[in-house]
Design a protein around this ligand. Structure first.
Ligand code: KG4
Ligand code: ZN
Length: 346
């Protein structure tokens, strides 16, 4: 089945084509230049920009795949979680195409897309431990199968990417900040400053990133004169440590053999290196999607959507966007037998 997928949950407009042979096209139009001078995503500007770019992006994906709409056999779109105005643009475009062409349609949870993105690159046996680290989410899941995700822990406050972005803003760096900190940290000493690592006593596998952000602010107020690359490397190291500790503990406790790291922050080079190093030491395999599938993209939405469409799941075209959409909760998708299955899994 050849699936056209659209993703517009935040500040990237993306479209992809996926069939049985793999990704035929994946196009992402970034809005970094639009939001950069504000140091963060401005929701109203994001939705307006999506309106301008959605049609060209879909056209480009079709051209890249060397197909026309006649060749599309199913349509998928992210319907949450995300910025409601942003989600609506991609979702409406996808529903419009499905309606006009009378094609099967499925809404996809953005988080499910991130958790499954690795499968675009290589097979990974279920169950695996999924660490999802993005600008809006930081959570640990056991991925038991497609549609079956068990939440183990999540951040109590900021997402890891949010900590990177807010830290970068304090340091006067560009947006998105994670990439900038990653770049500058490469030339810095990650042991130069010891930022505190939060450990939650009764949190199970929960995480917290607001403390490290506050200690960075404190450090800057005190003007201790450390070089910028050292501050970046030390701040990054604290975040990386706080992500690695509960992840490896969970893998050990549950006897999981593979850790899959996904979401925008999984592009971080230090996180990749350290996770691989410590995973190897603990005898756990660590997998990261390729860079292009770490940050927001439509190929991962195509993967999740296609898997569900192939199982016969469909959403009605009345499906609405949802700003908050915990994985495992959502409108019922109809299976071919007429039995209802929960989108996002148990
Ligand atoms: O998954 P994503 O593209 O969008 C969301 O769903 O949030 O993640 C974006 C986040 C931003 O916070 C950005 O700063 C962070 O991913 N990010 C990075 C890196 N590249 C992107 N954080 C650390 N290091 C990077 N290299
Ligand atoms: Zn994302």
């Amino acid at each position: 089945m050849r699936v056209l997928a659209i993703e517009s949950s935040c500040d990237d407009t993306a479209a992809a084509v996926l069939d049985g042979d793999g990704v035929r096209a994946s196009v992402v139009a970034s809005q970094d230049l639009v939001h950069g001078r504000f140091g963060g995503v401005v929701p109203e500007l994001a939705s307006r920009q999506h309106v301008l770019t959605i049609v060209p992006v879909v056209k480009r994906a079709l051209a890249q795949a060397e197909i026309g709409l006649d060749d599309v056999e199913g349509v998928a779109a992210t319907y949450g979680p995300g910025l409601i105005g942003s989600l609506l643009v991609g979702l409406q475009a996808a529903k419009g195409i499905a309606f006009a062409r009378n094609l099967p349609f499925i809404g996809v949870n953005h988080l499910e897309g991130h958790l499954l993105a690795i499968l675009l690159d290589r097979p990974v046996a279920f169950p695996y431990l999924g660490l999802l680290v993005s600008g809006g989410h930081t959570s640990l899941y056991v991925v038991e199968g497609i549609g079956v995700y068990r939440l183990l822990g999540r951040t109590r406050d900021d997402a890891a990417g949010e900590a990177f972005d807010k830290g970068a803003k304090m340091l006067g760096l560009g947006y998105p900040g994670g990439r900038e900190i990653d770049r500058l940290a490469a030339a810095g000493d990650h042991a130069a400053i010891r930022f505190p690592r939060a450990t939650l006593k009764r949190g199970g596998y929960d995480l917290s990133f607001s403390g490290v952000k506050t200690s960075l602010r404190q450090h800057l107020l005190e003007e201790r004169g450390a070089a910028l690359p050292d501050v970046c490397a030390s701040f990054q190291e604290a975040i990386v440590d706080m992500l690695i500790a509960p992840t490896l503990r969970a893998a050990g406790d549950l006897g999981l053999e593979t850790i899959v790291v996904s979401g925008g922050v999984s592009a971080n080079r230090r996180l990749r290196a350290r996770m691989e190093e410590e995973g190897a030491r603990a005898g756990v395999a660590v997998a990261f999607p390729r860079f292009a599938y770490c940050t927001d993209n439509a190929a991962m939405i195509a993967y999740a959507g296609r898997a569900r469409l192939l199982r016969g799941e469909r959403h009605p075209l009345t499906l609405n966007a949802a700003a908050t959409l915990p994985i495992g909760v959502g409108p019922k998708a109809l299976a071919p037998t007429g039995t209802a299955t929960e989108v996002g899994g148990a």
